[in-house]
Each structure stands twice: as structure tokens, then as C-alpha cells.
Design a protein around this ligand. Structure first.
Ligand code: F6P
Length: 323
């Protein structure tokens, strides 16, 4: 029996537990012995590697977060600690390793793969930021978008009742995807993201006209990447003449009951990861596009820049942006 392990690294996402369940069940079905590595790359350095079984994943499909915990490991970028990590994998005779995480995690995986012999790696893009090059979808994004939809729908109720402007700040680190899709799907009046240059005067003209026509409230969704929520709230007050409030969505975007879509995606990502490892792929990331799932070599993913697809950007340009 060959041994296979999985770890979660970086920001947790809803759907990781569904992936762990599939990992245990599918590994066993394929004649592999599954192991959990607790606390991400930190746990790998510390040898927190434990055999997993069906009972470990019973009843976890509906919970967000990750049962095996996650971490951001700075010291994993140092070769001495990666050597320790590899020694730990070897001591458990682990031949396959699945890494669930974002861009930073894949950089770690790439370095480990370069230094290891005989171990195969597979990455599952998992970040609410949806900012991994080579894939259109990362696990957890649908749940985060639904959290935002619920939050913004609720904010609309109070914004309209009080005739206020709300500046809603969405996560995404340096990427505007989450903010853009949240703005579009909740019918926000303003959307500011780093990928699209904007002109506040364009918005001003439009909003003043709308106020004359009877509009009494506004919802603005801004990406955390711009770090300008205060400035925009002030702008509403001073330039548009409407009372404003800021709502930072924050870490609630990372949690909660995973959507049906994320549960299914978790199952599919894991299935493709295990199949790829068994087929002999040395170090690939499972990517998803409109054409389905495919493997990309880690070199084509890590250290590469993600770009929001052009149809979405086009929709985003319809806000008050510079064309
Ligand atoms: O990577 C996911 C993410 O939630 C980003 O959107 C955000 O910028 C960052 O993590 C927050 O990091 P932390 O959980 O360390 O505060």
C-alpha cells in the first residue's frame, strides 16, 4: 500500500472539509493509505503527520474551515526547514502529497518538489481571492460570494430605509475578483477594484443625476486592495451629500456552510489530484476552466499573474470607470 498525505495552507476556505472527506474515501478506494498533515507546512516541519480514516471525516462535509487546521509558514521558505519537512515525509514513507492553498502555498510546494526525489505533488487551488494563474475557479469562492450576497442584500435593506450610502469592503488581497462579482451580483451602484482605473467624477455626475430622479441610497463595493474605504465614505458625504457608513466584510467571507457548488468542486478537485498522482504526474496543479478540469505544471502556475477574465472586466467597466 502506498501512502498519500494532504495539508491545508494559507487562508482557509469553505469546502476544505468536503475535500478532506473525499480525500480519505477516494484514497482508500484506490488502495492508498491516507494521512493528514495538521497545521499546514508548519505541521509538516513539526512532523504532525497522522494516519486518517473514515471516522475522521464523518459529519464534516457541512462545516467551513478545515478540520486539519491551516497556517502561514514563513520558515518554510528556508531550505533547512524544507529539508526537515522532506525527512518527515520520508519517515512516514509518503509518496504523494496534496497541497490545498493559494499562491503562497504553491510557491512552497514548488520549492519542495524541486528538492525532493521520489515524492509526487498535486495542488488544489483554494482561496477566496480567486487569484491563481491558470484556473478560473478556486475552491471556496462560491461560498464567499454567497456570504457577500447575503451581507449586501441585508445592507441594502438598512441603506434604503435610512437613505445612506454604504461602502462595503470585500477581501481579495491584491485581486478585485471577489469585489467585482459581489458588486455585479448584488446590484451595487459603485465598484472599485485595482484592475480597472476609475474616475470619481464619472460617478459623481451619474449619482447626482440619479438623486434628481429620486434615488435615495447607494451601495459601493470596494476591494481591500485599494485601501480606500474611508476616503470613499468621506467622498459620499462631501461630494454627493449623503450620510455614509463603512462595512468591512472581513473574515466572515472565509467561513460558513459550504455551498453545493463548493462541495462538488471539492470532490472533483480531489479526484483529479489523486488520479493525476497515480498516473505519474510529478508536480501539477488541478485547474478548472469552462472546458473542465486539467493539470498544469506548477511552473505555469506559481509566480504567475492571474488575470480576471475579459467578460467580467467588461461588465466592471460599465461602472464609472476610465475607458
Ligand atoms: O488569502 C485569503 C485572505 O482572506 C485575503 O483575502 C486576505 O487579504 C488575507 O487572506 C487575510 O489574511 P489573514 O487571515 O492572515 O488576516
Amino acid at each position: 500500500m502506498k501512502n498519500i498525505a494532504i495539508l491545508c495552507s494559507g487562508g482557509d476556505v469553505s469546502g476544505m472539509n468536503a475535500a478532506l472527506k473525499r480525500f480519505v474515501e477516494y484514497s482508500i478506494a484506490k488502495g492508498l493509505t491516507p494521512y493528514f498533515i495538521y497545521h499546514g507546512f508548519e505541521g509538516l516541519i513539526e512532523n504532525k503527520i497522522v494516519k486518517a480514516n473514515y471516522s475522521d471525516v464523518a459529519g464534516i462535509i457541512s462545516s467551513g474551515g478545515t478540520k486539519i487546521h491551516t497556517a502561514r509558514s514563513k520558515r518554510f521558505m528556508e531550505q533547512t526547514y524544507r529539508k526537515q519537512a522532506l525527512d518527515n515525509l520520508k519517515s512516514h514513507q509518503i509518496e504523494y502529497l496534496i497541497v490545498m492553498g493559494g499562491d503562497g502555498s504553491f510557491k512552497g510546494m514548488q520549492k519542495l518538489a524541486d528538492e525532493s526525489e521520489g515524492i509526487r505533488f498535486s495542488g488544489i487551488p483554494s482561496t477566496i481571492d480567486n487569484d491563481i494563474a491558470g484556473t478560473e475557479y478556486c475552491l471556496g469562492v462560491d461560498t464567499a460570494l454567497n456570504v457577500n450576497k447575503f451581507a449586501i442584500d441585508s445592507i441594502r435593506d438598512t441603506a434604503s430605509s435610512f437613505s445612506r450610502a454604504f461602502v462595503v469592503e470585500a477581501m481579495g488581497r491584491e485581486c478585485g475578483y471577489l469585489a467585482l462579482v459581489s458588486a455585479l451580483t448584488s446590484g451595487a451602484e459603485m465598484c472599485l477594484i485595482p484592475e480597472i482605473p476609475y474616475e470619481l467624477d464619472n460617478y459623481k455626475e451619474r449619482f447626482q443625476k440619479q438623486i434628481k430622479e429620486g434615488r435615495e441610497y447607494f451601495i459601493a463595493v470596494v476591494s481591500e486592495a485599494l485601501n480606500n474605504s474611508e476616503q470613499i465614505a468621506q467622498w459620499f458625504k462631501e461630494e454627493i451629500g449623503i450620510e455614509s457608513r463603512i462595512m468591512v466584510l472581513g473574515h466572515i467571507q472565509r467561513g460558513g456552510n459550504p455551498t453545493v457548488y463548493d462541495r462538488l468542486m471539492a470532490f472533483n478537485f480531489v479526484t483529479h489530484a489523486i488520479d493525476g498522482l497515480l498516473e505519474g504526474k510529478k508536480c501539477s496543479v488541478i485547474c478548472y476552466s469552462g472546458y473542465g478540469f486539467h493539470h498544469k505544471h506548477i511552473d505555469d502556475v506559481a509566480f504567475k499573474k492571474y488575470q480576471i477574465n475579459s467578460d467580467l472586466l467588461k461588465l466592471g467597466m460599465e461602472y464609472g470607470h476610465i475607458r
